[in-house]
Design a protein around this ligand. Structure first.
Ligand code: DGY
Length: 341
């Protein structure tokens, strides 16, 4: 019987599928295992179901041993897995693909609305019993979302879902991406391609949706922040290290921009002394872009099915190291992506 190590407690949908077929070694905790427990857990397993907090490098693959066939991450991002090393060893790496795009786009929009209309500041003010004089002409005056310009850096699945939402707010959407969309798609989505300089210069809300590849490390730094409008807001629901937080702190201190809505940080959890924590115009969330019940259930289902498919010689729903695809039989996945929506 195949043996699977599940690194922490996650939504049970996918785990129930796995339990019917395989022997599960399960770290029954919402917290990530220590390195020692990770090493213990992976010994001799056929598959690892991990989250983005566990670093799965060559040491861990060595500890797992020769049975290891699949690393299924309960996330879309996969920078925590050494893909090159896994591919070299013929280990399949799977992720949750675009399953979380809509939930993350929802949260992105929540941040746009919250920073633009100063929602958290207003809430804190009321609960602190500071609201003494009814309607006030100068109370928490923010920025219109309606009719403003949204800049999207990285127009993948999440960027797309954000652009769709922006349309309902009659926002003007500009974007920059490694590859420009074809003009028909641009027209349908109502987005305009611009170079990075124009993107930073013209956005009222600049939302980041690139993944954390080496070339995207500190993609938003001093130069980019200096280009932004003083009235603009920066939104990040992708990965913290895409922004140079030191530069962002300077930009906020010097009023180069008006504020930021951040779900992700260079170090997670955020350090107690991070100056971003003390700014009224910055909204900080604990990396919850995909955190809706429905989405987490789908992510679990996909992560489980990815393992089942690989172990049964079928195509997984989402394979990261696609070069290994040719070694999988032509048999289709037991469930198609469309069935999960
Ligand atoms: C991901 O999946 O990459 C998100 O950041 C967490 O759900």
């Amino acid at each position: 019987m195949y043996k699977i190590f599940v690194t922490r407690k996650i939504d049970e949908t996918g785990l129930n599928l796995l339990k019917q077929k395989y022997s599960i070694v399960f770290n029954n905790s919402y917290l990530s295992p220590s390195k020692q427990d990770l090493i213990k857990g992976v010994k001799g397993v056929d598959a690892i179901l991990c989250t983005l907090s566990e670093k799965i490098d060559s040491d861990i693959m060595d500890e797992a041993g020769n049975n290891l066939k699949v690393i299924s991450t309960y996330s879309t991002g996969y920078e925590h897995v050494d893909i090159e090393e896994a591919s070299r060893r013929g280990i399949y790496v799977t992720n949750t693909g675009n399953i979380l795009a809509e939930a993350t786009a929802d949260l992105t929009f929540a941040l746009i609305l919250a920073v633009g209309r100063r929602i958290v500041e207003g809430h804190k003010y009321v609960v602190a019993n500071k609201w003494k004089s009814g309607w006030m002409p100068n109370l928490f005056v923010g920025k219109n979302i309606f009719n403003s310009t949204l800049g999207i850096l990285g127009l993948g699945n999440i960027g797309f879902a954000v652009a769709r939402r922006a349309k309902a707010f009659k926002m003007k959407v500009i974007y920059n991406n490694r590859h420009r969309l074809n003009t028909k798609v641009e027209k349908k989505l109502g987005v305009k391609f611009v170079d990075k300089v124009k993107l930073f210069q013209n956005s009222d809300f600049l939302s980041i949706h690139v993944n954390l590849q080496k070339e995207n490390y500190h993609l938003v730094s001093m130069d980019e922040l200096k280009m932004m409008k003083k009235t603009a807001f920066l939104i990040n629901t992708s990965r913290g290290s895409v922004i140079d937080e030191k530069s962002l702190t300077i930009a906020l201190d010097k009023n180069w921009i008006s504020g930021a809505g951040l779900d992700v940080f260079e170090t997670e959890p955020i350090k107690k002394n991070n100056p971003l924590l003390n700014k009224n115009n910055v909204i900080i969330l604990p990396h919850i872009g995909s955190a809706s019940k429905e989405t987490r259930a789908k992510m679990s289902q996909v992560a489980g099915l990815n393992i089942i498919n690989i172990l049964e010689g079928k195509r997984p729903l989402y394979l990261v190291n696609k070069q290994l695809l040719r070694s999988i039989s032509k048999k289709k996945s037991s469930q198609r992506f469309g069935d999960l929506l």
